[in-house]
Write a protein that binds this ligand. Structure first.
Ligand code: NAP
Ligand code: ZN
Length: 351
């Protein structure tokens, strides 16, 4: 018997690095027993989509369909699916497969799978097929890599949580951010504005370090206690030795030594921002305060569900600007100019 279902999906694709988006179609795989079919309603635009579409990181395969902040509704389920039913509101983030057997998968850190986690786009899945992301009307995903969107979160508002949310929540939890901790968030874009909300809700004293004073009022609304412009060199003198944790969400290279000087003894600079070029720093910036430089990569599936539930419970929500499929090129330009408040979300019904 032939099960072929012909799941054709409209997509926005980039034909080559830095080229404008085109509307086209792709075929999604037929549902396997543990797959679900999602009718994608919204997809956020993360700066990582731009790094990939511009081939900043150097392993782009084109044509590419970016998108890893996916929110939609289940329209079909495979025969062995137990977690979801048709009509459920669901989300998909940065990855869609992992080995499920290694130490890291077993403890819920699928993003560090030793076989290699399979990213939701611009990656080769274990079956040899290239993955295509969420700038698309439909998607087939293993149920294990799908999370449930709480009823109180609208799908457009929820979508950025699937990457920007978990990428900031996970390191804040891992480094025990809470009452008594002083946290600085560097860069208040898509990731940064959620980091401020999470760190504040977890009970920390939160400082925003932004390039200019332009975002001050919104930072305070998101729960920041203090706000400084990094373009003012006095900021670095005034804040020297203050922070337990600095979460760097900037997409470009920073003066790492200048930020390390803001850490207390034993403080940690955690990088989630992912610039294309290597950072440089002086090892004495670490030695003289037993400081650490660290990095963090999104978060596991169970932790992503926990983050969504936490956001719903505490009224944490991205500030979004919903755009149509025709506005994505312009949105990319605006993100690159730091002119986004604070996440663009594509309405897939316009595709
Ligand atoms: P975004 O919305 O563009 O935010 C980045 C912010 O950084 C900007 O809004 C701006 O904030 C600041 N900034 C930009 N250019 C700067 C420069 N040259 N110098 C100083 N500050 C600058 O980007 P995003 O979507 O939040 O993503 C941020 C980075 O995280 C990207 O590199 C992305 O690839 C990476 N990322 C990593 C992970 C992970 O798992 N580790 C996950 C998602 C994204 P101000 O206006 O406040 O200065
Ligand atoms: Zn992302």
């Amino acid at each position: 018997m032939c099960n072929h279902q012909n799941i054709t999906a409209r997509v926005l694709s980039v034909p080559s690095a830095k080229a404008p988006f085109e509307k086209s179609t792709i075929e999604r795989r037929d549902l396997r027993s543990d797959d679900i079919l999602i009718d994608i309603r919204y997809c956020g635009i993360c700066h990582s989509d731009i790094h990939n579409a511009h081939d900043d990181w150097g392993h782009g395969v084109f044509p590419m369909v970016p998108g890893h902040e996916i929110a939609g509704v289940v329209t079909a389920v495979g025969s062995d699916v137990t977690k979801f039913a048709v009509g459920d509101r669901v989300g998909v983030g940065c990855f869609v497969n992992s080995c499920g057997e290694c130490e890291y998968c077993l403890r819920g850190d699928e993003q560090f799978c030793t076989k290699g986690v399979v990213l939701v786009f611009n990656a080769v899945d274990y079956d040899g097929n290239l993955t295509y992301g969420g700038y698309s009307q439909k998607m087939v995903v293993k149920e294990k890599f799908v999370v449930r969107i709480p009823d109180s979160l609208d799908l457009d508002v929820a979508s950025p949580l699937l990457c920007a949310g978990i990428t900031t929540y996970s390191p804040l939890k891992y480094w025990n951010v809470g009452p008594g901790k002083k946290v600085a968030v560097v860069g208040m874009g898509g990731l940064g504005h959620l980091a401020v909300q999470f760190a504040h809700t977890m009970g920390a004293e939160v400082t925003v370090l932004s390039q200019t004073m332009n975002k001050k009022n919104e930072a305070l609304d998101f729960g920041a206690d203090h706000y400084y412009a990094t373009s003012d060199s006095a900021t670095f003198t005034e804040l020297a030795g203050q922070f337990d944790l600095i979460l760097n969400t900037v997409s470009a290279n920073l003066d790492v030594d200048a930020y390390l000087s803001l850490l207390r003894v034993d403080g940690t600079l955690v990088n989630v921002g992912a610039p294309a070029k290597p950072d440089e720093y002086n090892v004495f910036s670490l030695i003289m305060g037993r400081r650490s430089i660290a990095g963090s990569n999104v978060g596991g599936i169970q932790e992503t569900q926990e983050m969504l539930d936490f956001a719903a419970e505490h009224g944490i929500a991205p500030m979004i600007e919903v755009i149509s499929a025709d506005q994505v090129d312009e949105a990319y330009e605006r993100v690159l100019r730091s002119d986004v408040r604070y996440r663009f979300v594509i309405d897939m019904s316009t595709l």
